[in-house]
Design a protein around this ligand. Sequence first.
Ligand code: SAM
Length: 261
Amino acid sequence: MRLRGRKGILESIEAQPELVVLDAAPHKGRWREFFGNDNPIYIELGMGKGKFISDMSVRNPHINYIGVDMYDELIRRASEKARNAWEAAHGTTQPPNLALLRANIEGIESMFAPGEVQRIHLNFSDPWPKAKHARRRLTHPRFVAKYIEILNELGEIHLKTDSQSLFEFSLNSFADMELHMRSISLHLHKEELRDDLVLTEYEGKFVERGNNIHRVEVVIGEQAIAAHKAAKRAAQIKDQAAETSTEDNEPSTAPTVTSEG
Ligand SMILES: C[S@@+](CC[C@H](N)C(=O)[O-])C[C@H]1O[C@@H](n2cnc3c(N)ncnc32)[C@H](O)[C@@H]1O
């Protein structure tokens, strides 16, 4: 087996500039030029070995995906995974709608211009359980404020985690910032495996172990909020209509009024 040293890993990712980005600064505000189109941009922060972002890019060719992680070796593995996934699905090893960005999320504002991103996926982010490390959690308000800056009018954050403490912290963070949340789940795959939602590497392992997966969608952009409110109103009207029709069909329990005095 050929083992790669650190130099070999760096050489490998440097040799893939069409897929791997090692310096985001020149692309800030210009990611559409990297992809050669105006399709929406979805990013995963902390993509690990890249299963989720690869599978998503294969499934949704009209969305541009950027997977971010800070380790060279993870970027290299993700590049292999993405090329294999694309070859199996579309017969090409050149994913046209995917970039793998080596960067520290701390500096996210230097990677994306305001409004450049439509969706942020946070999948199984490090929970940082000690209170003294709370500021490192990727759903700490100091990060969320940065996400709000880079999201566009349809912007949303989708979070999945097996960590109850991170989930609680995140919900509180979003609530304190008065953000709209929807589709909150404490046990995502309770009934059956939700394979309409692409699984991440960590998720696959946790589901096998029987851990509950928590999920929430945070609605940020103005148009996304308007659509969310309209959907809620439509659901309420449907519920009311269903209630009324049930009442109409129930036998009347009202006392019979007679005119006998
Ligand atoms: C627990 S793993 C989850 C990987 C993947 N999302 C999944 O669900 O399988 C968290 C990942 O986030 C990355 N990460 C953590 N903090 C980061 C930071 N500040 N900048 C970039 N990547 C980070 C780690 O390198 C790691 O790959």
